[in-house]
Ligand binder design. Structure first.
Ligand code: KIV
Length: 271
């Protein structure tokens, strides 16, 4: 029987077991109670309270503006809905770079105030001190390499990363450094499938991809993208499982018509 079916609560240890058994790990973002409840009930292994909330919840162009307080608000809403999934919360831009004591304070606030299960941060060797300090407090850390949206102004573009040998080798080194430090899993975003597969083979921890091909240990998507709520974002790696934007638009316009024409409420819909 698969680990997925047996397990009542996903832990970092269970994820490790899934990798060992070759069972793929499912991961999706969520930012609020109502939708997180559905995602958890569906049997998602990991729920990511991503700083993509900055884009899809708050309408910012990048992930940079979202604050630690706002991440804690989203995370605590998600946590109240969860029975089974492991919840990972993004440390937002400015909450961990450059000062490992600040990083630990930020991670502790997330764990204490939202009761989440783990944190994620972007970067390799340059954030090693922060990763190590957070881990030393017993907080599980997920890494994130490849396209790291918090550094968008450094790269200037959201195109595929690590296509050249030098950058690919650096990414492999960073992945190993982070694994050695003790992270429990690693996200690889928008990198060539062959490179991602190589990293997944060389690491013992689970490697979860977004735009990183099928040779990794699991997949993650942003909920609003896979449901078709966001329309303008259409990278090659994105599979849309619904066209919720159009469906919701239809529901809202029908409701407006019903109100305007007096069709709603009808006899049965009143006291
Ligand atoms: O914030 C987020 O949603 C993420 C995923 C794209 C992995 O970091």
């Amino acid at each position: 029987m698969s680990v997925h079916k047996e397990i009542k609560r996903i832990t970092t240890h269970v994820l490790q077991e899934m990798k060992a058994k070759g069972e793929k790990i499912s991961m999706l973002t969520a930012y609020d109670f109502s939708l997180a409840k559905i995602v958890d009930e569906a049997g998602m292994d990991i729920i990511l309270v991503g700083d993509s909330a900055s884009n899809v919840m708050a309408g910012h162009e990048t992930t940079l503006p979202i604050t630690l307080d706002q991440m804690i608000y989203h995370a605590s809403s998600v946590i109240r809905a969860i029975k089974r999934s492991l919840v990972v919360v993004d440390l937002p831009f400015g909450a961990y770079q450059g000062d490992s004591k600040e990083a630990l304070r930020s991670a502790i606030r997330i764990m204490k105030e939202s009761e989440a299960h783990s944190v994620k941060l972007e970067g390799g060797r340059e954030v090693l001190e922060s990763v190590t300090r957070i881990l030393s407090a017993g907080i599980p850390v997920m890494g994130h390499l490849g396209l790291t949206p918090q550094s968008i102004y450094k790269f200037g573009t959201y195109t595929v990363r690590a296509k050249e040998t030098e950058e690919a080798n650096r990414l492999i080194e960073d992945a190993k450094i982070l694994e050695e430090a003790g992270i429990f899993a690693l996200i690889l975003e928008k990198v060539p499938a062959k490179l991602a597969e190589k990293v997944a083979k060389e690491l013992t921890i689970p490697v979860i991809g977004i735009g990183a091909g099928g040779g990794v240990d699991g997949q993650v998507l942003v909920m609003h993208d896979m449901l078709g709520i966001t329309q303008e974002f259409s990278p090659r790696f994105l599979r849309r499982y619904h066209n919720l934007y159009q469906e919701m638009l239809g529901a809202f316009t029908t409701y407006i018509d019903d109100v305007k024409t007096g069709d709603f409420p009808n006899e049965k819909e009143q006291y």
